[in-house]
Design a protein around this ligand. Structure first.
Ligand code: ZN
Length: 465
């Protein structure tokens, strides 16, 4: 943030000085005329911030040129150099000129240099090549890339600054592949350089396709962590700029070691790759079946009724799964009892491709933990897929619930046996057990169960793909 503000200030100083220094009368931004229509948004951006003002006649005069003393002054102000008028190392700069202090300070800072004959030629017009040198220093540009122009020789004085400006997207050459480093610079060109230096939206690319490619996400991911910190930089030492929740999807744009630069809605920043699952690409649809309902309460113990607990958890699973981009169909969303066969028909009629039934257990007081069932009468694809789905869910469930792992078991319950889909039945703990039931009473553990089941479903589809 500090950086942004200071570069804006730099821009303000630069432009109000160079573009407005001859203005005896201040002209309001809205009355500036003669702005070239091709660059209206860039220049309007600058006038909107009162960075540009017109000449006393109200016109922009975009084709007017910029002198070397104006340029030195603006760079001096940009870098907050000492501007007090004084003697300079150049015999051709009058110490009483408005620019003398900035010229001398800018030379001392290594930002500008004179001609080989020791002069500065303050009234000469700046060339595009000279401006490349100034702007790349003023904005402290460091990154280079493969850049080539017909009229910029490799190893020449302007080659590096021109490369820096091009790489930063601040300047571009002609359609014929020239940069025109010896051409004098106009107010319009100068305004574009500043607008692009200040606002990335105005930047240009050597190759539009390349830029589009660069903006395309590398991959889509699903967050697999309760409250994942999004940071300003790739490391835990960087400030947190936001948080993401389990099941939220993100687009990955850049990899830096174990860190990923992501965007999710308006939130952008770095997250650790450990907490990102692949987002399934297919058009998947899972049937979620909260057990029992209506006239069938299921198990009851310790003040909990199974049909209520599993409906609540099932609706939470739906939210997580749908956030991850997977469609769902619920066999019930309220307190009613669909038959076991009816639940399967509901799933297949709605084109579900997998079936997850959610239950809570009851037995002796001492029995505890989670378990997940699948049914295999043979070695069909459906049965193997059922086994994998059960394993993905159960492996997450016992960890999230912090409960004993009773494992994955092959049992022919009707709803998973008489079912053409890969199907599992998961038991999220024992209502009859004191510890399990005290967990199942809380939002915290109902959320944990839902996350585990949902992320197990994501694991399953990633395995399918
Ligand atoms: Zn049950």
């Amino acid at each position: 943030m500090i950086k942004k503000v200071s570069s804006l200030l730099i821009g303000l100083l630069l432009l109000s000085l160079v573009l407005g220094q001859n203005d005896a009368i201040k002209v309001s931004a809205s009355s500036v005329e003669g702005i070239p229509s091709a660059y209206e948004s860039e220049i309007t951006f600058l006038t909107g911030k009162s960075i540009i003002q017109g000449y006393p006649d109200g016109h922009f005069h975009g084709s007017d040129e910029v002198t070397r003393e104006q340029a030195a002054t603006m760079v001096g102000r940009a870098l907050d150099l000492e501007g007090e008028q004084r003697d300079t190392k150049f015999p051709d700069v009058d110490e009483n000129s408005f620019a003398s202090g900035y010229i001398q300070s800018a030379v001392e800072a290594g930002v500008i240099k004179g001609y080989p004959d020791g002069t500065y030629q303050p009234k000469s017009i700046m060339t595009r090549g000279e401006m490349a040198y100034l702007i790349s220093n003023a904005f402290n540009l460091k990154a280079t890339s493969e850049v080539s122009y017909h009229d910029v020789k490799e190893g020449s004085n302007v080659a590096t600054p021109v490369n820096l400006l091009t790489t930063a997207g601040i300047s571009e050459g002609t359609p014929e592949g020239n940069f025109l480093p010896d051409k004098t610079i106009t107010r319009t060109e100068f305004s574009l350089f500043i607008a692009r230096g200040l606002n990335a939206d105005f930047k240009v690319s050597q190759d539009e396709e390349e830029e589009e490619e660069a903006q395309k996400a590398l991959s889509e991911k699903v967050v697999d962590a309760d409250f994942l910190n999004v940071r300003q930089g790739p490391g835990t030492e960087h400030k947190t700029v936001g948080k993401l929740m389990t099941g939220e999807t993100v687009s990955v744009y850049k990899k830096e070691g174990d860190w990923r630069y992501i965007q999710s809605g308006n939130l952008k920043g770095y997250v650790h790759s450990y907490y990102l699952l692949d987002k399934p690409k297919g058009d998947w649809k899972v049937a979620l079946d909260p057990g029992h309902g209506g006239r069938d309460p299921g198990a009851s113990a310790n003040g909990l009724i199974e049909k209520e607990v599993v409906l609540d958890v099932g609706l939470r699973v739906r939210e997580y799964v749908e956030n991850a981009g997977i469609d769902t169909v619920m066999t019930r969303q309220t307190d009613w009892y669909p038959s076991l066969a009816g639940r399967v028909v509901l799933a297949t009629d709605n084109n579900a491709d997998a079936f997850v039934s959610i239950h809570a257990n009851a037995f002796m007081k001492s029995a505890t933990g989670v378990e997940t069932f699948y049914y295999s009468a043979g070695l069909s694809d459906r049965e193997y897929a059922s086994y994998r789905l059960a394993t993905f869910i159960n492996d997450r469930l016992y960890k999230e619930m912090d409960m004993y792992n009773r494992g994955v078991k092959d049992v022919g319950y009707k709803v998973i046996k008489d079912n053409p889909l890969p199907a599992v039945l998961t038991e999220i703990g024992f209502l009859t057990n004191d510890e399990d039931s005290s967990k199942l009473k809380t939002d915290k553990y109902r959320e944990a169960a839902a996350r585990a089941i949902a992320m197990g479903i994501v694991d399953y589809y990633n395995w399918k793909e």
